[in-house]
Design a protein. Structure first.
Lengths: 85, 200
């Protein structure tokens, strides 16, 4: 699990070392890797009958989490806004 | 918007190929996606470490507003925690999904890796919903909860997909705040997701 975090930290240090050089291709690399991974995620979901048949249930739970998470963050911002205003 | 649609069409094509069994089930035993994920994390880290100019702009942000990413993270996790009581999911599951902060591509991939495809799918959908909610609700949020609210709702997306809407409804003077908020929240996603997944 922490291998993944190790890679991000390694990336931050490497990126910082090259901070004075103009490197624009990294964002393209990120985009392509995300395409590839989302494609792989799609195949994995598609191959899993349990996930496919329960898609509506998963969708509803996802909506609940999104709604409460968004609302919670909005309340946080509202409390801060009242202090700032 | 266009970028999101391209990403989602890659998912959709994979989904169809999977459902039609064009890919064999053995495909899953191959750990290819883990290596791609490590490459992605390295690149994400690289792009964070490589932008000191962006960070310099943040000096002009008023001191109290510096805390906005923190209120977003705490608010998101506290809000999502309510869902633990409404479903059969553990706190670890729900908090991991909410920790995606709207960054659906990265969070769904990470969560699939850590917790399996079912929760990964929930993470994908929940974080897409969050982005859509932030886009749709922006004018309403400004009206009732102040100009910082659409930024908080956008989570990690406030420096890219939800940025134009925020500038429109909260005002141009909030563009640096929006980028700052997206930058910090975005950075927190891999750490918060990993931390939440390792909760019992």
């Amino acid at each position: 699990m922490y291998t993944v975090l190790l890679f991000i930290i390694l990336g931050i240090f490497t990126g910082f070392q090259f901070r004075n050089q103009k490197i624009t291709f990294v964002n393209k690399v990120i985009t392509v890797l995300i395409w590839l991974l989302l494609f792989l995620l799609g195949t994995e979901v598609g191959l899993n009958d349990q996930v496919v048949t329960n898609f509506h249930v998963l969708g509803f739970e996802a909506f609940l989490i999104a709604l409460f998470a968004t609302f919670g963050s909005v309340i946080g911002a509202w409390l801060l806004w009242r202090k700032v205003k | 918007m266009k970028a999101s649609l391209i990403i989602l069409s890659f998912f959709a094509v994979g989904l169809l190929l999977g459902i039609c069994r064009i890919f064999p089930v053995q495909w899953l035993e191959f750990e290819f996606s883990f290596y791609v994920l490590c490459a992605l994390m390295f690149s994400v880290g690289f792009s964070i470490g490589h932008q000191p100019q962006t960070v310099k702009q943040f000096k002009n942000i008023p001191i109290r507003i510096v805390f906005l990413p923190l209120t977003t993270i705490v608010g998101t996790l506290a809000g999502a925690f309510v869902v633990v009581f409404l479903t059969n999911h553990s706190a670890s599951d729900v908090l991991a999904v909410a920790s995606g902060m709207g960054y659906y591509s990265l969070s769904s991939i990470l969560i699939t890796q850590y917790k399996g495809i079912e929760l990964g799918t929930i993470a994908l959908l929940a974080n897409i919903f969050r982005e859509v909610l932030a886009l749709l609700l922006a004018p309403f949020l400004v009206k009732y909860f102040g100009k910082l609210a659409p930024i908080a709702a956008g989570g990690a997306t406030t420096m890219d997909t939800t940025f134009p809407g925020i500038v429109r409804y909260s005002g141009k003077e909030f563009s640096i705040v929006s980028i700052y908020h997206g930058f910090i929240t975005d950075l927190s996603v891999p750490f918060l997701v990993t931390l939440s997944c390792s909760l019992l």
